[in-house]
Design a protein around this ligand. Structure first.
Ligand SMILES: NC(=O)c1ccc[n+]([C@@H]2O[C@H](COP(=O)([O-])OP(=O)(O)OC[C@H]3O[C@@H](n4cnc5c(N)ncnc54)[C@H](O)[C@@H]3O)[C@@H](O)[C@H]2O)c1
Length: 257
């Protein structure tokens, strides 16, 4: 029997990148998927691609920072699918900029999309999960939430995601709802297209023990594990999936003796 047979999973940011790969992996394991993304055209296309692979997948065009829309979409999913077993929170944006370069509007935009959306998603999902007797939430954080990189708002938001994950794990354990985070390093997605286009990719790859960026499916595999009953004794964890990037101090080869 497939791990996700009969289960219903919401994937935010499911139109692209890690979210799309996670949705595909869960469809292959038997899940029905509610794909939540504000890119309506891409969400519809992604849902129909996954449906052709045999999944029951609906797209919902929603901005994850909008409280009213988030309440409505979780209610709609519960009605249309009849239950809610897991949520994978992958919607997010990249942002570059030091303190001096980051204005207040940009700070708030990044915190809204990358952190507040996860609070909203949990708040709207939990009542439906309680009705099922439990569930699982997986939040996509980042190694930027553990290590400083030149990006003040993104680092703060992702550090917040890891802290929020631990707090929710503690609060929701009594409801049999597990909450975990995943911190990817670099993953080949639209999010870092610019970084890869300007040649910085090679320089970062030199600092990754496995010597390459991750493919989205390698993060999706971790999502599929943490949201499943295979991870039944894991909660409050931040699973780092970064090719060893944060495990070692790797100087530029040019400065090695
Ligand atoms: N790609 C990486 O190297 C990397 C590394 C670490 C963490 N992450 C995190 O992984 C998550 C997924 O990113 P990705 O790399 O798959 O990028 P991506 O751009 O391919 O996918 C992100 C998706 O989120 C959606 N989205 C953005 N803002 C939204 C909003 N307000 N409402 C609804 N949907 C919204 C986008 O439309 C897009 O489909 C993000 O949280 C990102 O911070 C990515």
């Amino acid at each position: 029997m497939s791990r996700y047979e009969g289960k219903v999973v919401v994937v935010t940011g499911g139109a692209s990148g890690i979210g799309y790969a996670a949705a595909g992996r869960l469809v292959a394991e038997g899940a029905a998927i509610a794909l939540v993304d504000f890119d309506s055209a891409n969400a519809t296309k992604s849902a129909s691609d996954l449906s052709r692979q045999g999944g029951r997948v609906h797209a919902y065009a929603v901005d994850v920072t909008d409280e009213t829309s988030m309440r409505a979409v979780f209610a709609q999913v519960a009605t249309q699918f009849g239950r809610l077993d897991a949520v994978i929170n992958s919607a997010g944006i990249a942002a570059r900029g030091t303190l001096d370069e980051t204005g207040y509007d940009e700070w708030r935009r990044v915190l809204d999309v990358d952190l507040t959306s996860i609070y909203l998603s949990a708040r709207m999902a939990v009542p439906h999960m309680r009705r099922n007797g439990g569930g699982a939430i997986v939040n996509i954080a980042s190694v930027a939430g553990i290590l400083g990189v030149v990006n003040v708002a993104y680092v703060a938001a992702k550090g917040g995601v890891i802290a929020l994950t631990r707090q929710l794990a503690n609060e929701l354990a009594a409801d049999n709802i597990r909450v975990n985070a995943i911190s990817p390093g670099f993953v080949v997605t639209a999010l870092n297209k610019e970084l890869r286009a300007n040649g910085a990719e090679k320089r970062w790859e030199n600092r990754i023990p496995l010597g390459r960026y991750a493919e989205p499916r390698e993060i999706a595999a971790a999502c599929a594990f943490l949201a499943s009953d295979d991870a039944s004794y894991m909660t409050g964890e931040n699973m780092v999936v970064d090719g060893g990037l944060s495990a070692v101090l790797r100087p530029d080869p040019a400065v090695l003796p």
